[in-house]
Every structure is written in C-alpha cells, then in structure tokens.
Design a binder for this molecule. Structure first.
Ligand code: ATP
Length: 285
C-alpha cells in the first residue's frame, strides 16, 4: 500500500529526470529497515511478498525502463554514515582502513554547483536481480558491523542511491525528430533511530554517537525547515554529513518524502506524533 500510494508517483518523477529522496524516520525497532529493504530475496524473477521499498523500486524501475526507453543505463551505490564517518557498503575492497578513509565530500567544480563524493564506488546494474544482489551485499556488510558494535543499525544512517540515464526519441508531425536525454536519481534513506535525539545522561561512546545523531537529524530538520520557508536565505547543508551527502537531492527541482514508522508498543510516541503533525502541515510543500 505504501509503495503504491507514496513510492510509485516518486518513481515516475525520477523517470522524468528529477532528484528524489525517501526517508524512513522513527524510533529503533519500529520498522525502518523493514520498510526500506524488507525481504530482499528474489523469488521467481520478482520481489518477495514482504519486500520493502528498495527491491520494489528496482523491479518496477527496470520494467518501466525496458518498456518505455530505447536506451538506458542504471547505476547504484550504498553508503553508511556512522559517527559522521562514511562507509562504502558495497565496495569490493574489504579492508576497513582503506574503506573508511577514502570517501570524501567536496564542493563540485561544475558550474551547476552541488557536491562530488570522492571514493564512493558505484556499480552499473543491468537488471533488478543485479541490484538486489548489491543490496544484499550491503546489508550483509552492515550486519557484520552490527555484530561487532551492539545495536549498531539503530545508530547509523544508510543511503541506497539509484541513478538512471535514459534516451528517448521524440517525433511528431509538426516537429522534426529529436533525442531526449534524462538523468534521474532516487536516494532511499534508512535513518538512525530517532530516540537517540533525546538520549540523556549518555557517556563516552554513547554520548558521542547520540551527539552525532542529534546533529544529523536536527540538521536534516533545519534544512527541510529552511527549504520550505520562503523567507530563509541560508540552507545549513554543511552542518552535517547526512545533509551534505543529500545536498543535490534536497531543495530546487527535487522531491522529498518522509515515511515515519511508529509502534504502539514504544513509550515515546509524542515525538513521532509531533513530527507527523509537522510533516502534515508541510506536506504540500
Ligand atoms: N510491518 C511489519 N510487519 C512485520 N514485521 C515487522 C514490521 N515492521 C517491522 N517488523 C519487524 O520488527 C523488527 C524491527 O524492525 P526493523 O529492524 O525494520 O526496525 P528499525 O526501525 O529499522 O530498527 P533499527 O533502528 O534498530 O535499525 C524486525 O524483526 C522486523 O522484521
């Protein structure tokens, strides 16, 4: 239902050449990873019954591309942000020292501005199955980290990015034929557990983690606030790596959607409800 109501229209926008972002936001254990990835196995050439948004986007994307475009290419990347450090989840290089040091974010030197991410590996994929394999590889890598650091997944953000390049010929009786090239992008973001924001009394490592999550989720909130406020002249992308990474996909001619996951068995529903209320008020912007 969420795919049909929320994600399908955004995928259509991406196919028209937009930069789009979907966030899963909520407390630990409320279903963010289930919503974004879910069951990531492929069954009989399609996604599983309990597949999340990423596998569904991959299959629907390839069927749309094969049906509607003469030429297309698709690439994807999968990155994790933990304590403001970036980790490539699908790099074939497993040396953690090399992996952790090599990803850097720079201001792009192109006239259009934006950012360049140096050192992040991107893989061309030719089918949804190939995309699913990349997702599985990244989730496995994240799992390995999770067994080393207790409760790791709830304290890191992940971004699965799909970029498409398409070519279509257009011809009508009144105009000469021409070729239309488009580039679209979709970021599928599984955010760190939002309850870390209010984690008080934390010490040492936990305090550092909570501080970083605080910084990135609060900056994300501030960036979205500034983008929807016509009076705001400054967008604070630079205050966290999460917003810096997504800088090109927020604001301007882009589309952003936040899916808030809530669970009635969790204590602190107040914060999630106020987020939902805020999101609702801004939903048309
Ligand atoms: N809608 C759902 N239907 C069935 N099971 C679900 C649903 N949502 C979540 N779950 C199950 O609940 C558990 C926690 O979900 P999940 O790991 O997605 O939470 P999370 O918000 O990503 O947590 P964390 O912040 O710790 O990463 C998992 O075992 C998941 O399979």
């Amino acid at each position: 239902m969420i795919y049909d109501d929320v994600v399908a229209p955004i995928l259509d926008d991406m196919l028209t050449g937009m930069n789009c972002t979907i966030f899963a936001y909520g407390q630990t254990g409320t279903g963010k990873t289930y919503t974004m990835s879910g069951d990531e196995k492929h069954i009989n050439g399609s996604f599983a019954h309990d597949a999340g948004i990423i596998p569904r986007v991959l299959y629907k994307l390839f069927s749309a591309l094969e049906l509607e475009y003469e030429e297309h290419s698709v690439k994807c990347s999968f990155i994790e942000l933990y304590n403001e450090d970036l980790h490539d989840l699908i790099s074939l290089n497993d040396d953690p020292v090399v992996n952790n040091k090599k990803i850097k974010i720079f201001d792009s030197t192109s006239k259009r501005g934006g950012i360049t991410i140096q050192g992040l590996e991107e893989f061309y994929i030719h089918s949804a199955d190939e995309g699913l394999k990349i997702l599985q590889r990244g989730l496995r890598k994240r799992q390995v980290a999770a067994t080393k650091i207790n409760d790791f997944s709830s304290r890191s953000h992940t971004i699965f990015t799909i970029t498409i390049y398409t070519k279509k010929s257009s011809s009508s009786s009144s105009t000469p034929s021409s070729e239309i090239f488009k580039v679209g992008k979709i970021n599928l973001v599984d955010l760190a557990g939002s309850e870390n924001i209010s984690r008080s009394g934390a010490e040492n490592k936990r305090a550092r983690e909570a501080g970083m999550i605080n910084q990135s989720l609060l900056t994300l909130g501030r960036v979205i606030n500034s983008l929807v406020d016509p009076k705001s002249s400054h967008i604070p992308y630079r205050e966290s790596k999460l917003t810096r990474l997504l800088q090109d996909s927020l604001g301007g001619h882009t589309k952003t959607c936040i899916i808030a996951t809530i669970s009635p068995v969790k204590d602190d529903l107040e914060e999630t409800l106020s987020t939902l209320e805020y999101a609702y008020q801004h939903s048309n912007k």
